[in-house]
Design a protein around this ligand. Structure first.
Ligand code: B12
Ligand code: SF4
Ligand code: SF4
Length: 395
């Protein structure tokens, strides 16, 4: 769940002074907390723009190691992400907000149903960017009206290090899986931020409560953690199935299993989830059609059907071809020979990305000699990358 470095929503409007302007900073803070909860936010914390300098250093190290892969937008203007004051010189307080999206079932259960696709919890409902941004804007307008000071809102896509800021604001801590863990909500908080030109009293940061636990490191199917608290995004299934635009590297295909959009393993195994409850926001709740969709049905989606199924869903962002690529990797891993026909049909798809993944899926499902016969008839393939898939699969 990542996004390009999108623009900043500047909500500075006319100076609307209401009675809240007379509130002391601590009363203003308390009133903001009440407004936030009424708007559906489950966690709120306050910090200052200079609170995350160490995280900024780690971030630059991460870029230096190439851990961001093809997410070039993450490396654009890195100083802005590393230091909130470089993004906006006028920021004096940062309000971090969290929305609980806790699942109502165990996200690991679907992994055993190999003829079905696993869509990560965050993407089974409406797109959180849209849901949360609307609310952040309302809250920011309230603050602007109360103080007359400028405010800016961010969720995910801007150059903001949301996790370290949320830790500094006391909402939780960055666990060894690098996500923010909350004592109350476990791994399941979406984050958003309001930068404000008003000085507000800040909260104490949260301490690390991972202790000797290593569950998230041990469960990762692709060994994406070179060390605790460090992720090599290029190995992470979330990156491979969502951000990666080309063919999925061969070394990860089997480990991906039936995960067709994102991955929740390291989040789901965290022992702090024992205190988590299902999220209360209906728009973010899992749609029945996306809990355990049959791979056979997904493989038949053309572009209009894909758009219809994933209306308002974050899955829509990757487009039909990349999604079908993921479905074909899952089909190849399904062990279900009945799905071979779906892959065979997609050998004639217009997209080389899809055709290449179909070749691999068939190589996993068909008896060797039958696949060799099919490969010997593949001479007319015009695309170089698909030709390579045939060669790799036949060898
Ligand atoms: C880029 C990105 C990704 C990338 C890279 C992930 C990553 N860990 O960086 C990919 C595509 C892989 C991804 C995947 C996911 N993402 Co994402 N992603 C982002 C994004 C846009 C930027 C994160 C970032 O700055 N990464 C760069 C790295 C360097 O930063 P970092 O992870 O904070 O790294 C820190 C640690 O490594 C630490 N560190 C390094 N060395 C050391 C050493 C020690 C000793 C210590 C203590 C710390 C430490 O310091 C670094 C700086 O704080 C944020 C939104 C945002 N604007 O912040 C969402 C965000 C992090 N993603 C989110 C989610 C939900 C996910 C997924 C769970 C989605 C899914 N189910 O598939 C997965 C989780 C994978 C994982 N284990 O992290 C949520 C996380 C919410 C939360 N509670 O934390 C965010 C905050 C979006 C949001 N607004 O809610 N994501
Ligand atoms: S999301 Fe999945 S692949 Fe990525 S680090 Fe966590 S367990 Fe590993
Ligand atoms: S699984 Fe364990 S090590 Fe990983 S974030 Fe949770 S408590 Fe920390």
């Amino acid at each position: 769940m990542a996004g390009g470095g999108a623009g900043v929503a500047d909500l500075c409007g006319p100076r609307l002074l209401n009675q809240a302007v007379r509130l002391s900073p601590s009363d203003l803070k308390a009133a903001l907390g009440r407004e936030a909860r009424a708007l559906g936010f489950d966690a709120i914390g306050f910090t200052t723009p200079d609170a995350t300098s160490e995280a900024g250093r780690y971030f630059l190290e991460f870029l230096g190691s190439g851990g961001h892969g093809d997410m070039d937008w993450l490396a654009t203007n890195p100083e802005r992400r590393a230091d909130p004051r470089a993004l906006w010189g006028g920021v004096r307080s940062i309000i971090m907000l969290g929305v609980n999206y806790g699942p109502d079932d165990n996200p690991l259960d679907i992994l055993a149903r190999r003829s079905h696709g696993a869509i990560s919890v965050y993407a089974q409902g409406d797109d959180y960017h849209d849901v949360i941004k609307k609310r952040l804007k309302i809250l920011a307008r309230w603050l602007n009206a109360a103080t007359g000071d400028e405010v800016k809102v961010f969720v995910d896509t801007a150059a903001v290090m949301e996790k370290p800021l949320a830790q500094a604001a006391g909402i939780g801590w960055q666990g060894k899986h690098t996500n923010l863990v909350s004592r109350e909500f476990g791994s399941w908080l979406f984050l958003g931020a309001i930068y404000s030109a008003t000085e507000l009293p800040c909260d104490d940061g949260e301490a690390d409560h991972c202790g000797s636990c290593n569950a998230c490191q041990d469960i990762c199917p692709t060994a994406a953690f070179p060390a605790p608290y460090k992720l090599d995004a290029r190995r992470c299934i979330s990156y491979l199935t969502i951000e990666n635009k080309g063919p999925i590297p061969h070394e990860f295909r089997k480990a991906i299993g039936n995960r067709i959009y994102g991955c929740d393993d390291c989040l789901a195994v965290c022992p702090w989830n024992k205190f988590a409850e299902a999220g209360r926001e209906q728009k973010l709740a899992a749609r029945d059609a996306l809990r355990a969709p049959a791979l056979a049905e997904l493989a038949r989606l053309d572009d209009p059907a894909f758009r219809t199924l994933f209306t308002k869903s974050p899955v829509k962002r990757i487009g039909r071809d990349r999604f079908i690529r993921n479905v074909l990797i899952a089909i190849g891993n399904s062990g279900d020979a009945n799905l071979a026909g779906e892959a065979q049909r997609l050998l004639d798809d217009a997209s080389p990305l899809v055709r290449g993944a179909a070749v691999w899926a068939l190589s996993q499902l068909m008896p060797r000699d039958a696949f060799a016969t099919l490969a010997s008839r593949s001479g007319g393939e015009p695309d170089l990358s698909v030709q390579q898939e045939w060669r790799a699969a036949a060898s």
